[in-house]
Design a protein around this ligand. Structure first.
Ligand code: PEP
Ligand code: MN
Length: 341
């Protein structure tokens, strides 16, 4: 048994009884209270639970059905939750009709450039500001980010514009600071399978933007989402950002087929990052439009007020002017697929 669906109006006493019974089997219950009914996700090793035990649970008053989920990811699966998850951050929702756009520089470089970028991307229609304060750089000699000082500049930009903040967490030791200053915690590509870090953000109340690993299959990526969800944080946003292939014309190969594949497998919102996915300025607008056409719930776009001077990823950063143009071009594409931007 993996999921216990309760009848509408099941009594709290019945729910408590089920939880106690599960705990007696060494399992943990995850309660998901919807408007219509309550679902209990069974967490732990359910492989040894027999059909007879399942039948026992079926006999408890208040239980409507007991299901087994065949997928290795359970809480993340469409079988567990049929309706798409909409994640609310303040006034903004991710996974609804509106395509949400997260924009900003690769790295937080100074207070002035962050505020300037925030104002520009907000004017163009972005719903979130991004910027890394802790940067995962290939070389230890490259700019590593401003750390906590950078987080404070993000906070100042939010105060000036009202834009909620997305920023990367690389190390569990920084979780308190990142939680304090951000609205969404980004887990980067290189940490997609850093399981301790995933469990840590699983305990956070902040939504998590989970980027796909450089060489991760969609199943492995969903298992990482499951790690986060297994600790109680169900607000996970899947972000396709390109994978490693033999192709060298682009920085990575943006796997846009991941969007419809994920939409079928999971109820979680799916966004696309064409900036890292393509890494070549000229091709970013085309892939951003393609992502929306493919059904993505949002986009992550790197924007820098002066890409020439950027301390990281300048070659793939749009100027605010280019970003504004892209936002205009995205509107009819969104409309064509029944969305708005
Ligand atoms: C980033 O968003 O700047 C970043 C480092 O992304 P990724 O983890 O996808 O490389
Ligand atoms: Mn970057």
């Amino acid at each position: 048994m993996d999921i216990i669906v309760l009848k509408p109006g099941a009594a709290d006493e019945q729910i408590r009884h089920i939880i106690k019974k599960l705990e007696g089997l060494g399992l943990t219950a995850h309660l998901s209270k919807g408007t219509e009914r309550t679902v209990i996700g069974v967490i732990g090793d359910t492989s040894k639970v027999t059909e007879d035990t399942d039948d026992g649970f079926r006999a408890i008053p208040g239980v409507e059905s007991v299901m087994r989920i065949l997928k290795p990811f359970k809480l993340a699966s469409r079988e567990f939750k049929k309706t798409p998850t909409v994640i609310k951050v303040g006034e903004t929702a991710i996974g609804g009709r509106k395509i949400c756009v997260i924009a900003g520089p690769c790295s937080v470089e100074s207070k002035a450039m962050m505020i300037e970028t925030a104002k520009q991307v907000k004017k163009a229609g972005a719903s979130f500001l991004r910027g890394g304060a802790f940067k995962p750089r290939t070389s230890p000699y490259s700019f590593q980010g401003l750390g906590e000082e950078g987080l404070k500049y993000l906070e100042a930009s939010r105060q000036k514009t009202g834009l909620p903040i997305v920023t990367e967490l690389m190390d569990p030791r920084d979780i308190e600071a990142v939680e304090q200053y951000s609205d969404i915690i980004q887990i980067g590509t290189r940490n997609m399978q850093n399981f301790r870090l995933l469990l840590e953000v699983g305990q956070s109340r902040k939504p998590v933007l989970l980027k796909r690993g450089l060489a991760a299959t969609i199943k492995e990526w969903l298992m990482s989402a499951e790690y986060i969800m297994s600790r109680g944080n169900h607000n996970v946003i899947m972000c396709e950002r390109g994978i490693r292939t033999f192709e060298t014309s682009t920085r990575n190969t943006l796997d846009l087929s991941a969007v419809p594949v994920l939409k079928k497998l999971t109820h979680l919102p799916v966004i696309v990052d064409p900036s890292h996915g393509v890494g070549v300025l000229d091709h970013i607008p085309a892939m951003a439009k393609a992502a929306v056409a493919a059904g993505a719930d949002g986009l992550l776009i790197e924007v820098h007020p002066n890409p020439e001077e950027a301390l990281s990823d300048g070659e793939q950063s749009l100027t605010p002017e280019m970003f504004k143009k892209l936002m205009k071009e995205l509107a009819p594409v969104a409309k064509a697929v029944g969305r708005e931007i």
